[in-house]
Design a protein around this ligand. Sequence first.
Ligand code: DX5
Ligand code: ZN
Length: 214
Amino acid sequence: MKQKLVSASLLSADKIFIKEDMIKVIDNGVDFIHFDVMDGNFVNNVSFNDDTFIKIRKDSKVPFEIHLMVENPFAYIDNYEYSASDIIIVHLESFVSEEDLLVCLKRIKKHHKVGISIKPNTDCSKLDPYLELLDYILIMSVEPGFGGQKFIPASLEKIRYFAKKQDKYSYLIEVDGGINQNTAKECFDAGVDIVVSGSYLFKGDPSEKVKSLK
Ligand code: DX5
Ligand code: ZN
């Protein structure tokens, strides 16, 4: 039986009391903090900057996953503020060539765990050449850019695709977007290891929310 892990997406936390919101969900058992970075180009939105990261990172006892929704990941991966236990996730769609992506993954791997994310319309098999190098695969189950969207059911097939190959590799599978009590169950049943939750998790009693997701 797989562990059921939960990652809290800070995009839906209170913008002023972000540190307090973060500590609350950690105290209630989330396993990771999910930190979305957007450049306004790769997606039509912006999110957090370095100042926010520095303000809150030291108060988290669980690893951060840094989800880079940006056109040029190379400009973001050598950030010395990131802690050694943090996971850096780049989007496959940010890269123009296979070589560039490989260089980027290897550079991240020198200091961090590494993951690749794919958008809903990207074919799973495009990740096949990189599976050996990956610690995490992040399946986007909504179009990246905004919280509060509806889960795309075809994401379950993608989870199964990577779960089937998992015994040959060492990656964990994550899903991000539209996760609530029901979609989390469907994803865990399909073989996901980690569900990322934002709007569902940060509304209401965090202890009940974390329990219901797991
Ligand atoms: C969207 C972000 C997600 C977002 C998920 O592009 O990557 O992490 O916060 O939010 P919910 O859980 O509300 O779909
Ligand atoms: Zn995200």
